[in-house]
Design a protein around this ligand. Sequence first.
Ligand SMILES: [Zn+2]
Length: 92
Amino acid sequence: MERILSDEQMKQKEQEGELTREARGARLFSNGNVLVLPEQKVSYVQSDTDADIVYKIEDNECECPDFQRRQKACKHQYAVAFYGVCNAEGGL
Ligand SMILES: [Zn+2]
């Protein structure tokens, strides 16, 4: 499968802010980086830049530096939101 953008170019675009957090969250979700544990009310999202890093999202708070700095929805929270939409009973 051909890629339109290399990973390097994609990272560059992210740094330039061309991709919104929502778009990056959608990509995390479609890549299968999201693990939701509804019973524990906890979600985990694997970092898309470092596979060794997994962020925990609990009570709408994410461990990542982006959320810690801004206190606003980060790409990981968007990824979990996409997961919820796609797995909701009855769908949209
Ligand atoms: Zn985050």
